[in-house]
Write a protein that binds this ligand. Structure first.
Ligand code: HEC
Ligand code: HEC
Ligand code: HEC
Ligand code: HEC
Length: 428
């Protein structure tokens, strides 16, 4: 079975595994409880319409335990609920999120996992504004990543075995920074593993789907430290028996609850903070042993990688370009409708610090014949082949971009294509 055949499966496996596994080991904050900073942070530019209570709370948990807290929201007028997220999946609102928020008070339940302690900011966004609550998670947490790593290397060296590191479901988690908010604490922690396990191989599950390969920033940073990413070696499936029978598969991650014993079966300990699996592989290619590696602050972060990886902004934005103008002369009505839409100011929406690769992709438009993009979501962001058409109108455009490529589940969970089209509708 190839990774590509697993795409549909991964649609639900990845969120499930991410929520279960990565989320629990997400933050890299100090293990000792620290004094809370100034609590209330209202992020609205206009006077807040939305209020959250409490704005600050402390949750004490045993390592690995979970609890649910309630956050109360108040809004004067009914509004649309957009998102609630703490950057760290160890603080995660109960799904499904409401789509609408009634006037007055409502309650949002939030699951807290006691894995790594730290201060998390829960941001709640609605169409009427956003507000935050600060949650301090106090727990003994896991802090033995380095110890597990050292012990594993010792065993492998003594027995002449190789180590294969399986990192689960990086989809959206391997940020190009050493920031502690990402589920893996950033790319530098991942790359740091290469120095902890010299000569080992790395298998990323899930990240492959996100297009992370040797050409990506992640791939390049890892390759520099001798990692090779081997995506097809590990299969994620709820049909482990079938997958185990396949030739050439190193390990199978069982997403179901099948009670079978097999050395090739990897069981991510959902809910227990497992993050990476270390497979000890014999020269004959058999898995002799498995160990679970918590990627945490005990593992070193490499400053050199950080320096290389942080300035990865490759997308250049031409702020002076106004590609929509080239259409305006012939499509006055369409241009007028567009000019009053949110798409026409999508770039200005980004704060200067957010004008980085990770954000600008959806807030800008391609320009034919150049890698430099134009600010805002202009005509060419949606109408393929529009430049050739503008030059010679008899040449038809090549189709319309799927709205969901930008209005995706993460950036616009409540997106409704039909209602949204009414707001930007235009014709010739
Ligand atoms: C290239 C990315 C991209 C594509 C493709 C795209 N949008 Fe958007 N859209 C955005 C961004 C970014 C914003 C936010 C603009 C802002 O507020 O700064 C936005 C905002 C909007 C808004 C205003 C916000 C709201 O919810 O009222 C509507 C409506 C909208 N888009 C509709 C659509 C529809 C319909 C399609 C498909 C035909 C579409 N968009 C395709 C990027 C895109
Ligand atoms: C995959 C596409 C995509 C990416 C990447 C993206 N955005 Fe957006 N962004 C959107 C869409 C779509 C909307 C409109 C959402 C809506 O109307 O609810 C939007 C709206 C916004 C808005 C205005 C609405 C609001 O939520 O207040 C801001 C600000 C914003 N994005 C900032 C960012 C930042 C910062 C980043 C990078 C961390 C980013 N975006 C990355 C698609 C994207
Ligand atoms: C957010 C995506 C988006 C943006 C931005 C956008 N359009 Fe469109 N446009 C569409 C969609 C979707 C349709 C409807 C296509 C259909 O029904 O086949 C459409 C329809 C049209 C049509 C009519 C097509 C027909 O067959 O009748 C014209 C002309 C057009 N757009 C021109 C423009 C121009 C000019 C701009 C920039 C000023 C622009 N569009 C910006 C998505 C977009
Ligand atoms: C010189 C005039 C002219 C310019 C400039 C022009 N168009 Fe058109 N466009 C036309 C004409 C005429 C038609 C109708 C063609 C037809 O019906 O066969 C058309 C049709 C379209 C259509 C619907 C038919 C199709 O091919 O999908 C879209 C979408 C469109 N234009 C988008 C754009 C965009 C986007 C731009 C700017 C990048 C642009 N046009 C620039 C003249 C122009």
């Amino acid at each position: 079975m190839k990774i590509s055949q697993l795409t549909s499966l991964c649609w639900w496996v990845i969120p499930a595994v991410m929520v279960g596994v990565l989320g629990l080991v997400a933050a890299q904050e100090s293990p000792t409880p620290v004094a809370l900073p100034v609590p209330i942070t209202q992020t609205d530019p206009v006077p807040a319409q939305l209020t959250v209570e409490p704005t600050m709370l402390r949750v004490d948990l045993e390592a690995g335990a979970e609890t649910t807290i309630e956050v109360r929201l108040h809004i004067a007028e009914p509004t649309t609920f957009v998102s609630a997220d703490a950057g760290c999946l160890c603080v995660r609102p109960e799904l499904p999120l409401p789509t609408a928020l009634a006037a007055g008070w409502s309650t949002l339940r939030v699951r807290i996992a006691g894995v790594l302690p730290g201060i998390k900011t829960l941001t709640i966004r609605t169409a009427a504004g956003s507000a935050t609550a600060t949650i301090q998670v106090v727990t003994p947490g896991f802090g033995d990543g380095a110890a597990v790593a050292a012990e594993t290397v010792r065993i492998a060296q003594a027995a002449g075995w190789k180590i294969v590191v399986v990192v689960h479901d990086l989809l959206g988690s391997a940020k190009n920074c050493g920031c502690s908010t990402g589920s893996l604490g950033g790319i530098d922690h991942l790359a740091a593993l290469a120095d902890v396990f010299p000569g080992a191989r790395l298998v990323l599950t899930g990240a492959v789907e996100a297009g992370e390969n040797q050409d990506s920033h992640l791939g390049a940073a890892l390759a520099k430290h001798g990692w090779e990413i081997h995506p097809p070696d590990v299969v994620i499936t709820d049909q482990p028996l079938t997958a185990l029978a396949l030739p050439g598969i190193l390990a199978v991650i069982d997403t179901g609850h099948t009670a079978i014993a097999n050395q090739r079966l990897v069981r991510p300990l959902l809910g227990h903070g497992a993050l990476a699996h270390l497979l000890l592989v014999t020269p004959a290619g058999m898995i002799a042993e498995q160990r679970i590696l918590p990627i945490d602050q005990t593992l070193p972060a490499i400053a050199a990688i950080l320096r290389e990886v942080v300035p990865t902004n490759r997308i250049v934005i031409d702020r002076a370009a106004h590609p929509a103008e080239s259409c305006a002369s012939c499509h006055i009505a369409a241009h007028t409708a567009w000019a009053s839409s949110a798409h026409a100011r999508a770039f200005a929406t980004l704060a200067p610090k957010d004008q980085v690769d990770a954000c600008v992709t959806c807030h800008s438009s391609p320009q034919a014949g150049t890698a430099v993009r134009a600010a805002d979501v202009g005509c060419t962001a949606c109408h393929g082949g529009a430049a050739a058409h503008a030059a010679a109108p008899a040449t038809p455009t090549t189709g319309v971009t799927n709205c969901r490529s930008c209005h995706d589940a993460q950036h616009h969970p409540a997106f409704d294509r039909e209602a949204a089209w009414l707001r930007i509708s235009h014709g010739r």
